[in-house]
Design a protein around this ligand. Structure first.
Ligand SMILES: NC(=O)c1ccc[n+]([C@@H]2O[C@H](COP(=O)([O-])OP(=O)(O)OC[C@H]3O[C@@H](n4cnc5c(N)ncnc54)[C@H](O)[C@@H]3O)[C@@H](O)[C@H]2O)c1
Ligand SMILES: NC(=O)c1ccc[n+]([C@@H]2O[C@H](COP(=O)([O-])OP(=O)(O)OC[C@H]3O[C@@H](n4cnc5c(N)ncnc54)[C@H](O)[C@@H]3O)[C@@H](O)[C@H]2O)c1
Lengths: 202, 202
């Protein structure tokens, strides 16, 4: 398995490469990538060589090939099913965010505990009660759970998702949660984006 | 000015240090930080030395002191006023997200073009019409604009925010927008979090 630091960089490379591809740019050098992304070009070359891509002298890397390669590594060449728990403001925004679908990460089920929300449709998806979580996760082969409930509820919901059989959790609630070692856990925090921006506005 | 790559790491260090502090842990070594964050300890030591903190042999770094230091560098020791345009699902979730306030990044004004939303309150903040953007940005000394409108509207809203006088923009819409060179621009994209998680769930 490759290191966490490399895995964090791959989606960043992918986003940039897709942007180039959309602008019909088919080759790129590690220098150009490094300059745009603020990453050392030697680090980029090292990461890509790790996956067997050494670029070509004078030409650089082939953008479409790299995109496919990185998608395979990130397992984005097959669809990964995702369940979201907490159909509130953030949950609905994420559920409607088309970019997830384009990237083969598909939110296929929504859950909430509010009886006023259960049964309502968000796009094509109905909001389901928590009692249907286990059955739905099995039936739809859901691998990832997204937590968008208030902080005091996050650990309880994490326990429910783990019991239902997900293999990874993306937590948006501003609280540390605990999961078994074999479950992958990431915490999403948009404050870091704002903080980095705050540094630059002088 | 320090490099983009370092500035990106500082909020990550800060979040981790605050977690330690909340658990009453007052010292940390670069090894421990590096292991937890997936960052080379030598890189961490280099970043912190850049700001005059060299740690102490056998002890490591003082957590509360580092927190204050990084906050100063990121200018989080003073409040930065933020305006949000697009009071939809994502916008409301961000507006209610308490962690921003705790971090001295304060969303002080909300704007939308939907007449049904204008005048409604989100927490203590009324949703204002776009016609009040310029006057409000001046009056409240707003430095950052957050864009949470649909993709086709993002560039138009960016132009309005630049004209109103913000110095930085955080764009959530999945589209590349253009701003003048002197305006700082960051794009927030939660797909990278999901993609990195997707890699780990095997
Ligand atoms: N990470 C970030 O950058 C970020 C940004 C914004 C919001 N947030 C966090 O995301 C979370 C959601 O924010 P929001 O504004 O959408 O809140 P919200 O109140 O609009 O939505 C929360 C939803 O969760 C449901 N819920 C509560 N407990 C539940 C449970 N035990 N099981 C199932 N559903 C349950 C509620 O009925 C509600 O629909 C909060 O924790 C907030 O702090 C994080
Ligand atoms: N970056 C990410 O990870 C991420 C995640 C979720 C959503 N998004 C994006 O965030 C944006 C908002 O998503 P949402 O689900 O909250 O959408 P939404 O439709 O609920 O909200 C959009 C709001 O913008 C307002 N609006 C539209 N045009 C406007 C204009 N010209 N001036 C002022 N207000 C205007 C609308 O009236 C509405 O209230 C979308 O672009 C979506 O793709 C990004």
């Amino acid at each position: 398995k490759i290191s966490e630091a490399v895995v964090r960089r791959l989606p960043v490379y992918l986003r940039y490469l897709q942007y180039l591809n959309e602008s019909s740019i088919r080759t790129v050098s590690s220098q150009e990538m490094g300059q745009t992304l603020g990453i050392n070009p030697a680090q980029i070359r090292k990461d890509l060589a790790y996956f067997g891509d050494f670029g070509r002298k004078g030409i650089g890397y082939e953008v479409p090939y790299l995109i496919e390669k990185i998608k395979q590594i990130l397992k984005l060449d097959r669809t990964i099913q995702v369940a979201l728990v907490g159909a509130g403001h953030l949950g609905i925004a994420l559920s409607n965010y088309n970019r997830f679908t384009r990237e083969k990460l598909s939110i296929v089920a929504l859950f909430d505990q509010d009886p006023n929300k259960i049964g309502c449709k968000i796009g094509l998806l109905p909001i389901q009660p928590m009692s249907e979580l286990n059955a739905t996760v099995s039936r739809l082969d859901i691998q990832i759970g997204i937590i968008t409930v208030p902080a005091p509820e996050a650990q309880r919901v994490a326990d429910r998702l783990v019991a239902a059989g997900v293999r990874g959790i993306l937590n948006f609630a501003p609280v540390k949660i605990k999961v078994p070692d074999e479950i992958s856990l990431r915490t999403a925090d948009l404050t870091t984006e704002l903080q980095a921006l705050a540094y630059y506005i002088d």
